[in-house]
Design a protein around this ligand. Structure first.
Ligand SMILES: Cc1ncc(COP(=O)(O)O)c(C=O)c1O
Length: 397
């Protein structure tokens, strides 16, 4: 069948593909340890699950307003006020079908053919395809490992031109775990605001920040930055609710209205039951979030100790989220059974086949020197997985 041209320029999500491949090998009986998953390995908190059950039992199973129930939008506004000191009116907020959907809608609402969106690399795998699907052009700006993969203002300045419509920022970052301080964010955000470039600030890992670092919401930096920022967030990661599909965003009223229009003609409202559960998540007790974070810190510490003990591997210390992005380029060019490891895709494939560990090749995130390891898996599996990683690397010569 003849399909549209823009599909030629995008691939299915590589992270979801790794999960699918690991599941397929498991189904064939292989014992695979997965460092590939981008979802917390914890259960959705009990009170949140109960809110979903109550919603079903109370018959809350019909269409809702397209942009979300007022109760949830109010809980989101309260969250922005409580956690980020931000004041959003309800018509500056929309609830979407997951954080991924929020980003997709912003690009659909914003871009005309030829418009450019700056995407610092390493990037979350879905950003460039979202831009392409909206007819825009992603402009990839590489960052440096020695800068903890954070964008520097000079590189941003060089990338902005008259076609630039947006910059996508993601702190804490998937895939690097980097967290921007307020001082680092400010010059970037101010430069965008000055140039009339929208800052798309993906803050979905907001609650997973370690080492006493303070999370900074981009929109909180100044009134001018606030006016030029759309904040994306959601309940998937913070409350271990990946399957419930609730994301949300807050930003300029006209942009939110445009996203609402597109949502009304595509998905309609996000799942009614999930919306009720999200109210409970955002407004209820937050202690499980802290417990989850404490566990991620333990795992991060362990994984870093083990990774840095592997000869020639370097890795910026993840300060948030649940990913590490170690540099394995010293192993490129080595061979196993006559086959040369030519980059991160080969290495990740080799680790899956030989080591029975699933990882995601850095190439998927625009950084071929690295592979991404998610530590959203138990300590026991991390330990065994790292044993396998070390053993597999020793087979390369
Ligand atoms: C950086 C980032 N943003 C957004 C999302 C979207 O999350 P969801 O669509 O599951 O809410 C993810 C999920 O992996 C992510 O890593």
């Amino acid at each position: 069948m003849k399909l549209c041209d823009k599909l030629q320029n995008i691939q299915p999500s590589p992270t979801l593909a790794v999960n699918a491949k690991a599941a397929e090998l498991r189904a064939q009986g292989a014992d695979i340890i997965s460092f590939g998953v981008g979802e917390p390995d914890f259960d959705t908190p009990a009170h949140v699950r109960q809110a979903g059950i109550d919603a079903i039992n109370q018959g809350f199973t019909r269409y809702t307003p397209v942009d979300g129930i007022p109760e949830l939008k109010k809980a989101i506004a309260d969250k922005f006020k409580r956690d980020n000191g931000l004041d959003y009116a309800l018509d500056e907020i929309i609830v979407n079908c997951g954080g991924k959907h929020s980003g997709y809608l912003v690009m659909q609402a914003l871009l005309n053919p030829g418009d450019e969106v700056i995407v610092p690399a390493p990037y979350w795998v879905s950003y460039p395809p979202m831009v392409i699907l909206a007819g825009g052009t992603p402009v990839i700006v590489p960052t440096r490992e020695e800068d903890e993969f954070k964008l520097n203002p000079a590189d941003l300045k060089a990338a902005i031109n008259s076609k630039t419509r947006a910059l996508i920022l993601n702190s804490p970052s998937n895939p690097t775990g980097s967290v921007y301080t307020a001082e680092e964010l400010k010059p970037l955000a101010e430069m965008c605001a000055e140039a009339g470039v929208l800052i798309v600030s993906d803050e979905i890992y907001e609650c997973m920040v370690f080492d006493g670092l303070k999370f900074t919401a981009t929109a909180s930096l100044s009134e001018k930055v606030f006016q030029h920022t759309v904040t994306l967030n959601g309940v998937s990661k913070t409350y271990a609710m990946t399957g419930w599909r609730i994301g949300y965003m807050a930003g300029p009223k006209d942009l939110i209205k445009a996203c609402n229009k597109i949502q009304s003609q595509s998905t309609s409202n996000p799942c009614s039951i999930s919306q009720k559960a999200a109210v409970a998540a955002l407004s209820g007790p937050q202690d499980e979030v802290g417990r989850m974070c404490a566990e991620f810190v333990k795992r991060r510490d362990y994984i870093m100790e083990r990774l840095l003990a592997i000869p020639q591997v370097t890795c910026p210390r993840p300060r948030g989220a649940f990913y590490a992005m170690p540099n394995f380029s010293a192993y490129f060019g080595k061979k196993v059974g006559g086959k040369v490891i030519n980059g991160s895709v080969d290495l990740s494939g080799f680790l899956l086949e030989e080591g029975h560990i699933a990882t995601v090749a850095g190439a998927a995130f625009g950084e071929d020197t690295c592979i991404r390891l998610s530590f959203a898996t138990s300590m026991e599996k991390i330990t065994e997985g790292l044993n396998r990683l070390e053993a597999a690397l020793k087979k390369l010569s």
